[in-house]
Design a protein around this ligand. Structure first.
Ligand code: HSE
Length: 431
């Protein structure tokens, strides 16, 4: 058998330790498939003494991951530290400068510095692989970069954050508020103590920016992703969604249009007729539409040691095989610069929930604003609770432009009889 592929691992958290497990437990299988053994040679992490469930005795230990990336006698460096800058970026820069291949699971790093790192990797003649960065164990990078390469991909969307999908599922199934489920998820260790990166949609936006680049051959444009999270979703909205035949999902969606590139992450209502509406708990799913293949859908676990390490090891085996593809499917110089379409130009139908005082003329005043902005109401529902409490008025609109909807909501919020900021959730037809 040929010479082993020598690997250094920077970062030994859940994913790093999971990768050590896969590489050791499946050593024979991986050697057969990769055409040569994969040897872990060096490792680096913050805390050498921490119990990780895997033995590190056979590997050289480095306190400094950047020194390891630069100096260890390896062919490939795994960057599993995380974070968009700091040591993660320094490790990748050092490894590429030293002519070593890089495999990373770091979506934040690639969403911000992907073009520059890919360019440096091309110059150095090394691979920069990142299957684990998007939707964990789902092989979506391979699907877009290789499996669908004969297609013009026109749309890609998905459930890209397992924490949000878990929270929305728990809220619906157990009739709990966002805050209650988030606190439970934190206690169980599913959600971070500082959960903003997940629940504010930032993690999904990182992944969407990478998916869009892969799908459309455009430069990674994280700043062009319009992002909203799930904090404002109330149990009432989940209940109304069910009643109207929808599920609320945090979707990341990218589409190439005649006006430019649309990249959006927001909670939206999707019909229960669509398969993605039934992707529950912490699962992820991605749908890619190609002009010849039509819709393709991929579902699986988006996080956790096993699924993420599975993706990391696939990238390692590609390097062992000598299989290389440009980071974003085409060389960086061939990636297109495409204008981002602002959210104000979004066109779609909307679900609106207003809390109003139940008194004469309220509905007339509200519908007058919709009339003035030429937004057509598709259906409307008011259920009284009592004469003293505010009551919900829920309506769904026909398709209109977001700018008009935003003006409408500003004017409605200013009405005396409207007692809360209106809730607006976009309805996604997914076609
Ligand atoms: N925090 C992510 C999620 C997993 O909840 O899906 C890692 O990207």
């Amino acid at each position: 058998m040929s010479t082993a592929l020598r690997v250094a691992i920077a970062g030994l958290g859940t994913v790093g330790a999971g990768t050590v497990s896969v590489l050791t437990e499946h050593r024979e299988l991986i050697a057969r498939r990769g055409g040569r053994p994969v040897d872990i040679v060096a490792v680096s992490a913050k805390n050498r003494a921490k119990e990780r469930g895997v033995s590190l005795d056979a590997y050289d230990w480095y306190d400094d991951p950047v020194a390891m990336a630069r100096e260890a006698d390896v062919d490939l460096v795994l960057e599993l530290i995380g974070g968009e800058a700091g040591p993660a970026k320094a490790v990748c820069d050092a490894a590429i400068s030293a002519g070593r291949h890089v495999v990373t699971a770091n979506k934040a790093l690639l969403a911000i510095h992907g073009d520059a790192l890919a360019s440096a990797a091309e110059t150095a003649g090394v691979s920069l692989n990142y299957e684990a960065a998007i939707a964990g164990g789902i092989p979506i990078v391979k699907a877009l970069r290789e499996g669908l390469t004969g297609n013009r991909v026109t749309r890609v969307y998905g459930i890209l954050n397992g924490t949000c999908n878990y929270i929305l599922t728990e809220m619906r199934e157990n009739r709990l508020s966002f805050e209650t489920v988030l606190a439970e998820a934190q206690n169980l260790g599913y959600a971070e103590a500082e959960p903003g990166v997940d629940v504010d949609g930032i993690d999904a936006a990182h992944k969407l920016a990478l998916l869009a680049s892969l799908a459309f051959g455009t430069r990674v444009d994280f700043a062009g992703v319009y992002t909203e999270g799930i904090r404002r979703i109330a149990l009432e909205d989940i209940d109304y969604a069910e009643e109207f035949g929808f599920r609320i999902k945090l979707l990341g969606s990218a589409r190439m249009t005649e006006h430019g590139l649309e990249q959006r992450v927001f909670p939206c209502m999707v019909s229960k007729d669509k398969p993605i509406a039934h992707v529950e708990d912490a699962y992820n799913a991605v749908v890619a539409h190609g002009d010849f293949v039509d819709d393709t859908m991929y579902e699986g676990r988006g996080a956790g040691a096993g699924p993420t390490a599975s993706a990391v090891v696939a990238d390692i085996v590609d390097v062992a095989r000598g299989f290389a593809v440009a980071t974003f499917g085409v060389p960086v110089g061939a990636l297109a610069d495409t204008a981002a379409v602002p959210i104000e130009r979004h066109r779609g139908a909307y679900y609106i929930r207003l809390m109003v005082r139940d008194e004469p003329g309220v509905i007339a005043n509200i519908t007058a604003v919709f009339r003035d902005e030429a937004i057509s109401i598709g259906s409307m529902l008011q259920r009284a609770r009592s004469e003293t409490e505010a009551v919900p008025v829920v309506l769904n609109t026909h398709v209109c432009e977001e700018a008009a909807m935003r003006r409408t909501l500003e004017r409605i919020e200013a009405l005396d009889s409207v007692v809360q900021q209106p809730t607006m959730i976009r309805i996604e037809p997914l076609n």
